[in-house]
Design a protein around this ligand. Structure first.
Ligand SMILES: *Cc1c(COP(=O)(O)O)cnc(C)c1O
Length: 413
């Protein structure tokens, strides 16, 4: 025991339980899952948790609202296949993601493709397959017209609008002010007319204002502003949008004090708004696109303790994992102040937390800190550490090749 003061950790998501004193994921113990996978480090994505999450969303939101998976947080192929028939559409942000979604059997008509800097060959592939392009600029729209002409295929073009508002409390703002995303709202009516005049199929609007918001009121306000802006731009162009993608931005609780989004409040408010639409949006179809919120809490990162050492009175649990798989948990992926993700000693899940122990990775850099001074059960070499909230922006958003380490194993269970 040391007298180091413990630092708080985030809340463990509600989808996990204990079995024989161990963390259980979908009814199997962490050690059984590691044995099945054959090694650590291992990401486990729980289909139980995903199923519950989707059911919560379907219950909270109006039936006519479509639910899309924005796959950039987790493009693991078995997860894409699992998701394929459980959501209504996929939003991809690169030609690579588009190919992964199609390889998972997602029908191209259900896919929309956003992202600045789409290359001609990516546009061409998308247009050929009937994917909706969320146009990020007038220049991109012109390239799509030319490619459509050359191929003899009508491009399906929605306009990504750079909104004049942002998502309050958002971890990452993606709208409001000068941005590389979307077309500034005041230029959108002209672009709608240009798309229609060029003979392309105008699919409507894509409006994405930010990410990782926990405050229901902020999300409700953003959705109301999004609807108002869609109506205003459609009025200015004199045409109704067939589709409006209202964005997403729902966050998950990672850190001490974070509270889950009040889904029923958001769903209720959106239900009301959709039942009182202005005439120009009466026949419009709406969707939301969620990445992190769908998959983030379903993932657990499991790594093994290789060494246990003491330095200047502090204990370090050195694991075979690290920031090369969990950059965000180390505090190096878009965070200003480093705070602790939820963490546990997976094979001592029900043991009393008695000792402050740092959890570090195996990389030769002081940045590789997975949990800073959490209070945990006393852990030993060979124990398994679980870092929660690992289902989004983990495996694919971390520098797996750093220090020659290579990727973690992944498993959908
Ligand atoms: C990143 C991104 C998303 C997903 O964001 P989450 O925070 O994971 O929900 C959705 N749409 C667009 C356009 C994005 O760039």
């Amino acid at each position: 025991m040391t007298d180091v003061k413990a630092k708080p950790t985030g809340p463990i998501p509600p989808y996990f339980s204990a079995l024989n004193g161990e963390l259980a994921i979908g009814g199997k113990t962490a050690s059984a899952l590691v044995a099945e996978a054959g090694d650590t480090p291992l990401f486990v994505y729980s289909t139980d948790a995903l199923t519950q999450r989707i059911a919560e969303l379907r219950a909270a939101f109006p039936e006519q609202l479509s639910l899309h998976y924005a796959m950039k947080g987790n493009p693991y192929p078995p997860l894409l296949e699992w998701m394929r028939d459980r959501v209504d559409g996929f939003d991809v942000a690169s030609g690579g993601e588009l190919k992964l979604a199609m390889a998972a059997g997602v029908s191209p008509e259900k896919i929309s493709f956003a992202g600045p800097g789409k290359r001609d060959r990516e546009l061409e592939f998308a247009i050929l397959h009937g994917v909706t392009l969320n146009c990020e600029s007038e220049g991109e729209a012109s390239r799509a017209f030319a490619i459509g002409d050359r191929l003899g295929v009508t491009p399906k073009l929605a306009i990504r609008v750079n909104p004049s508002f942002d998502l309050k409390g958002s971890g990452m703002k993606m709208g409001g002010g000068a941005k590389q995303f979307g077309v500034d709202a005041e230029r959108v009516p002209d672009l709608i007319r240009a798309i229609i005049d060029a003979g392309a199929e105008w699919r409507g609007f894509h409006i994405y204002a930010g990410s990782q918001a926990l405050d229901a009121d902020a999300i409700i306000a953003m959705q109301a502003q999004t609807l108002a802006m869609a109506a205003e731009l459609a009025e200015a162009a004199g045409v109704s949008p067939p589709h409006v993608n209202l964005g997403g931005g729902f966050g998950i609780p990672y850190f001490p004090g974070d509270k889950a989004v009040d889904l029923n409040a958001v769903g209720g408010a959106l239900g009301q708004a959709l039942s009182a639409l202005p005439d120009i949006l009466k026949d419009t179809h709406f969707c939301i696109e969620l990445g992190r919120y769908l998959v983030g809490e379903a993932g657990v990162y499991l790594c093994r303790i290789i060494d246990r050492k003491v330095s200047h009175g502090e204990t370090f649990l050195v694991t075979d994992g690290g920031l090369h798989h969990q950059l965000a948990a180390s505090g190096n992926f878009g965070t200003v102040i480093r705070r602790n993700y939820p963490v546990a000693i997976a094979n001592r899940f029900e043991a009393e937390p008695v000792e402050v122990q740092n959890v570090v990775g195996c990389l030769c850099t002081p940045l590789d800190l997975l949990s800073n001074q959490p209070l945990l059960p006393r852990a030993e070499v060979g124990d398994l550490v679980a870092i929660f909230c690992a289902g989004a922006y983990g495996a694919s958003a971390s520098p797996a090749n750093f220090l020659g380490q290579g990727p973690a194993l992944e498993m959908l269970f």
